[in-house]
Design a protein. Structure first.
Length: 218
């Protein structure tokens, strides 16, 4: 009977130890605890963008997320897209850069639904032009729109065969250098100019919009 009682007490003590509960009087006795496992800490990241243009598409890759979770892609807090991460925690979105945003430094962010995993990076939003038509005869209507200039920035739009990326953006001594219009950009850094194709010989030309800083070219 004593052997049976001892066996029962020992069994109870072992079970209690496995559950992490120590019976009275069992202090100092070591029992097995939880099974050890590995926990992986991930860090969110996104692909690097240095310079972007308005109304253009760019591929952005985010990583470090949980497989299947929704990942948001934002620029300056505005959502550009939302997609699910793949089995490796990566997701690539092709996003279109908003046009009605003043030029300068912008911030791209990727994050999950509750923002517990996120990453950010900055890029330069450079000025860009959208032209209504890629060709036309002299005197034909021509619409030129500019985006991502600074707020209330003075600009000059020139029709030329001598573009350069420095200085005035129009090469000195160009055989064709016709001013199509001037003005001041809006509070969103944009403008719209309705003009006509100048009377020039048949050929290929550039349309350049020069502000106080960088210029945009078509």
């Amino acid at each position: 009977m004593k052997k049976l009682l001892i066996s029962l007490v020992l069994a109870v003590v072992l079970i209690a130890g496995a559950l992490g509960v120590l019976p009275q009087g069992s202090e100092g006795v070591l029992f097995p605890q939880a099974v050890h496992a590995q926990f992986t800490v991930t860090t969110a990241a996104l692909s690097d963008l240095t310079t972007v243009l308005p109304a253009q598409n760019y591929a952005i890759t985010a990583s470090g997320f949980i497989s299947g979770e929704q990942v948001e892609f934002l620029m300056n807090g505005t959502r550009l897209d939302r997609l699910a991460a793949n089995s490796t925690g990566e997701v690539t979105a092709t996003v279109k850069i908003p046009s009605q945003v003043p030029g300068g430094t912008v911030t791209f962010t990727v994050k999950n639904a509750d923002s517990t995993t996120q990453a950010s990076d900055s890029a330069t939003l450079a000025p860009g032009l959208v032209v209504g038509s890629a060709s036309g005869s002299a005197g034909a209507p021509l619409k030129v729109q500019g985006f991502a200039f600074a707020v209330s920035e003075a600009y000059t739009v020139t029709f030329t065969n001598g573009y350069t990326s420095t200085g005035s953006c129009v090469e000195s001594g160009s055989s064709v250098s016709t001013t199509l219009g001037t003005g001041t950009s809006s509070r969103l850094g944009s403008f719209s100019l309705n003009t006509t194709v100048p009377a020039v010989v048949t050929g290929t030309y550039r349309i350049v919009a020069k502000g106080a800083g960088a210029c945009a070219v078509y």
